[in-house]
Design a binder for this molecule. Sequence first.
Ligand code: PEP
Ligand code: MG
Length: 894
Amino acid sequence: MSDKRVYFFGDGGADGDATMRNLLGGKGANLAEMTRLGVPVPPGFTITTAECADYQRTGKLSAELQAEVKAAMAQVEKVMGKRFADPADPLLFSVRSGARVSMPGMMDTVLNLGLNDDTVQGLAARSGNERFAYDSYRRLVQMYGDVVMGVSSELLEDAIDHLKEKRGVKLDTELSAQDLRDLIATFKGLIEKHAGRAFPYDPWEQLWGGVRAVFESWQVPRAKEYRRIHRISDEWGTAVNVQAMVFGNMGDSSATGVAFTRDPSTGENRFYGEFLINAQGEDVVAGTRTPQQINHAGRDAMPAGHEARTLPTLEDVMPGSYAELVAVRERLEKHYRNMQDVEFTIQEGRLWMLQTRSGKRTGVAAIRIAVEMEREGLVKADDALLLVEPDHLDQLLHDQIDPEAEIEVLASGLPASPGAAQGIIKFSAESAVEAADKGQAVVLVRRETSPEDIAGMNKARGILTSRGGMTSHAAVVARGMGKPCVAGCGEAFVNYETKTLTVAGRTFKEGDVITINGTTGAVIAGAPPLVPPRLDDPNLSRIMAWADAARRLKVRTNADTPHDARQAREFGAQGIGLCRTEHMFFGEDRIRRMRQMILAGDEASRREALEHVRPLQQADFDGILEAMSGLPVTIRLLDPPLHEFLPTGDKEIVELAGDLGVSADDIRRKIEELHESNPMLGHRGCRLGVTYPEIYEVQVEAIIGAAIAVKARGFDVRPEIMIPLIGTVRELAEMRQLCIATAERVIKAAGAKVEYLVGTMIEVPRAALTADEIATQADFFSFGTNDLTQMTFGFSRDDIAKFLPSYLAKGLLPTDPFQQLDQTGVGQLVEMAAQKGRRANPHLHLGICGEHGGDPSSIAFCHKVGLDYVSCSPFRVPIARLAAAQVAIREKQG
Ligand code: PEP
Ligand code: MG
C-alpha cells in the first residue's frame, strides 16, 4: 500500500474511488466516486484510516500529513476560486468522520471551519447577510467547543436559552446579528474557562484540532460500544473528510434543494424535486417557506390551489443550473442503476451536489421503477429484481395508512401482521361477530387470543393484543388470515370488566374508533384515511415472473381452509407446507364432539365421539386437496394440548355439562386433570398420538378418505401426513406405523390407489440432533422453527413480549428470534439436521413451516442450507418468491 495519507477530490478528478472504502471510509470513497463521474461535488480531501491507526498508536499526527494537507488545500482553493483564511472572502470547510461502514451518529461533525473575528466579516460582506455570517460563526464556535474542546454541549445550549430568555424570544432564528455576536463572546468565555484554552483564532489550528478530534472520537465509549455490538474491528479506524462548504443563501443567485431522479411515490420516470432560493438546506426541511418545484412537470402536477403552482420553477429562474442538474440526474442513474435521492446547492450560480443515495420509495414506485429501468436498458432483469425490497411487496398486498395523512400514534406493539385496519373497538369475539354482522368495521382488542376467538378474529378488520409475541396465537392466526395485527402492545391496558382500553393516558370505550398499523406496530387514535392494495398491477406480474425464473426454492403456504388454499394459489403458492388441523375442531358442532371426546372415560366412547368428527374433517381435507390439485398438501396431525379445547368460563362449563349430560363439577375435574404447568412442553404433539392413537387414526382416515374421493373426481392429489413434535426415532416409527396401517386399510377398503407420504416436523432440538436416525422413518422433514426457537432459546413463544423490548434495547438480541431466524444458534440445528437427514435418506424432502418461512433473511438462510421449500402464510407468498429469487441472484453474482 502506498504511504499517501491525503486523497483529493474535486472538479472532475479524484485520487480515490469507490473500491477504496477500507482506506478512505465509505463516505470518502463515495465522494471520490461521485467526483470521478463528473458530478460537481464541493471539493475537498480525505485523510486516510491509516493515518488514524498511526494516531491511535502515537497520539500524534504524522510528519507527512502536514505537507500533504497543504498541497490538497491548494487544489481545493483553486477549484473554488477562494482561499482558506482569506479575511475578504474565506473558504470554509466541514470536517466529518467516515469509517469503512457507516456508524450513524457516533462521531460529530464540525461545520464552517475557518471562521474567526476577521473572516466572519468577509463572509458577511460577500453574502450581504450579516445575520447569516454570525450565525455560521456561532455554530462553528459551539460545535468546536463541544466536539473538539470537550466543553459540555448543555452548558453552551444553556447560554443560548439564557440569551433567548433575556431577549424575550422563543426561536433561535429570532436572535439578531448583535445577539449572535454576544453569544459568540459568551461561548468563547465558557470555552476558555472549561477547556483551559481559548477557541483558536487561526483557521489552520482549527483544522488540525478538528482532524485530531475525529481520530479521538474513534475511542469514545459510545463508539466502542457501537463497534462491540455490530462486531466492527477496533483496528479499522476512521477517515476524516474535509470538504469545502457551499452556501445556498448567498443571495438571489443561490438556492438549495432536494430531488429524486424519479417520482418516489408513483415511480413515474420524471425528475421530481423542490428548492428554495436564497436558503439553507434546513429551510427546505423546516417547512417555514413553501418550496418551489424544480420543473414545470412538477409544478403542473401540484394540486389545484397549491401555492407551489404559482411559484416559478428552477427551470424558469436558473435554466443553466437546471440543465446541469438534469445532466447529473442522468449520470447518477446510469452509474448507480437505481433511483437516487440527491441534495444540491447552488452558490452564486454554481451547482454543487452535496449527496446522492438510493431513494426511499413506495411499493408501487419500487416495482414500476424496476420494470421501467429494465425496459430502458439501464438494468438486466436480475438486477431489476434486486431493486424491489420484500417490504415493498408487503405494502402492495395490504391496505396502508395514506402516507400523506397526519396520525396520532398512541403506542407501539409488535408488527405482527401487516396492513392497516380501523374500526370500532370490541373486546370479545362474540361482540366482534355481532357488530361485524351488522356491517360495522371492528378492531378486536384482547389481552391475548385463543382458539375460541377465531370467529371474532375472522370477522374483525384487525386485531390488537396487549400480550404475546410474533408467534402468539393472535399473530399466527392473523397472518394466516392476512389480517392486520399488532400484538404484545405492553403499553395498552385492556380491562374486560370495564370494557376499556387505556393507552398513552387516554381511555377508549367499546365502540370508539381506533386504527392499527400491523406493518409498523403502531396503535393510532381515530380513523386516518387508508389506501387500498394493488394486486392487478402488471408491473407486479412482471416482477413475479422474473422472480420465479430466478429462484431455486419452492414456496408453499400455511393454510387451513380451502379458501386460504385458493387465495395462496392465486399468490403463487406451490402447495401447502402446513395445514394445521386444530382449527378444524372449532366451530359449533365440532367443538362439542371434541369436548365429548376429551371428556370420554374410555377408548370406545372416545371413538364414538370421533366418529362424528371424521366426516367433518374429511370434508375440510376434500376442499383443500381439490384447491391444491397437482400440488403437495402437508397435513399435520393434531398438535395442541387438549385443555385448549375445553371451556374456561363458568357459563360455558354449565352449558357444556347440560349438553353432555354430566355435572359441571365433572367438567371442572377434567379441566383440573388436564391442567399442565408447562403445556407447551406437555401433553401435546405426537404425545397425543401415543396416548390416544384413535385421534390420529381418525385424522388419517379422513385425509386418505378425502384423497380417494377427490382423486375419483379427477383431481391430482398429493397428501403428505405430518407428525408434530417428534423427539426420538422410536416415537416416529410408532406413529408412522400407525399412519401407514390406517392409510393402507382405508385404501384397501375403497379398492383405490392413492400415493401419500409420511414425514415429521423437526421442532424439538433432540430431533435435530438425531436427524440421521429420524430420517430413516421419514419421507420429509419440515422445520417447525417456532417451537425449535422456543426450545433452543428456552424463550416462551407466548411470553417473550414481556422481556424482548429490553433485550433489543440493550442489544442483547439483534432482532426478535421468532421473527428472524437465529442463524447462529437455531440455524445451526436446522443446517445440521438437513445434512444428517439427507445423508441417512437421500430421498428426504426438506422444508420449513415456522413463521420464519415468510421472513426474507430467514428465507435466504433456507436457500443456503439447501432446503427444498419454504412455507408461509398466503399473503407472504409473493414476498417469499421475491426473497428466494434475490438470494439465488446474489449467490450467482457472487
Ligand atoms: C412450529 O413450531 O414452527 C410450527 C410451525 O408449529 P406451530 O406453530 O403450530 O407450533
Ligand atoms: Mg410447532
